[in-house]
Design a binder for this molecule. Structure first.
Ligand code: ATP
Length: 247
């Protein structure tokens, strides 16, 4: 049995708006085990962003428990939360969030700058390895504006891997990409998952869920469905089915 990386129990998040209370999450419970590739789906307003913020230690629940890699997140200070975020989670966003005018390699090195145990040489070595892993070994010194959207997302994926996080947390990571590039990126996620990396992918796109091994569907702040996908599609196969580009 793989160990649970994420443990969530009866998690609630309420927001106070004037005299009203918005119940964004109404008692959510699930575990995510090491090596899983989970999509968290739901329509607009279902609670995905609220869930993502809590999973990413960017926000705290109103009640209930959230544990990541054995650490209980509730009651941690802001600094402790920042450390957990940096050490345990690799974030990937829809808009890549790379530093402009900064090379791919420097962008990937960023999460290691906060880690005083890693020397300059080691930092560079790990950044190069991460970029090679995502197929960008030939683009180390390109800045974001010199890279395509898909390549920029690959840099972001390399950056998310460089600290050896316990989980990658992706927020609509293919939202800005065309179909072909989305399949390329999903194929990369599938490869990384095969290598043992745990992935949680938050999205409103049902297509994405077909590439993951488990889907959790949120509705009105509750888990409506939580199922294993016994027929995981290969993104590389879907890519091969697309008409050839004339370039
Ligand atoms: N800071 C906040 N203050 C008040 N209400 C909030 C806040 N954040 C979220 N909500 C409410 O919580 C509910 C869930 O919102 P959330 O943003 O998590 O949904 P979502 O599934 O991510 O939607 P979308 O796909 O449109 O981003 C909504 O009713 C929203 O209005």
């Amino acid at each position: 049995m793989s160990k649970a990386i994420i443990k969530i129990e009866d998690l609630k998040r309420e927001f106070t708006m004037g005299t009203e209370t918005v119940h964004a999450l109404k008692g959510i419970s699930f575990d995510i085990k090491e090596g899983e590739f989970v999509t968290i789906m739901g329509s607009s307003g279902s609670g995905k962003s609220t869930m993502l913020n809590i999973l990413g230690c960017l926000d705290q629940p109103t009640s209930g428990t959230y544990e990541i890699d054995g650490v209980r997140v509730k009651d941690l200070s802001r600094n402790e939360l920042a450390t957990i975020r940096n050490e345990k989670i690799g974030f990937i966003f829809q808009s890549y969030n790379l530093l402009a005018r900064t090379s791919a390699i420097e962008n990937v090195e960023l999460p290691l700058l906060y880690n005083s145990k890693v020397s300059t040489e080691e930092r560079r070595k790990r950044a190069i390895e991460a970029l090679e892993k995502v197929g960008l070994g030939e683009r180390l010194h390109h800045t974001p504006s010199q890279l395509s959207g898909g390549q920029q997302q690959r840099v972001a994926i390399a950056r998310s891997l460089v600290n050896n996080p316990v989980m990658i947390l992706a927020d609509e990571a293919t939202g800005n990409l065309d179909t072909r590039t989305s399949y390329e990126i999903m194929s990369l996620f599938q490869e990384l998952n095969k290598q043992g990396i745990t992935i949680t992918f938050v999205t409103h796109e049902p297509d994405i869920a077909t590439f993951s091994s488990r889907t959790i569907v949120l509705k009105d702040g509750q888990v409506m469905q939580d199922y294993n996908n016994h027929n995981v599609q290969s993104a590389a196969n879907e890519l091969a089915k697309l008409p050839k580009q004339d370039d």
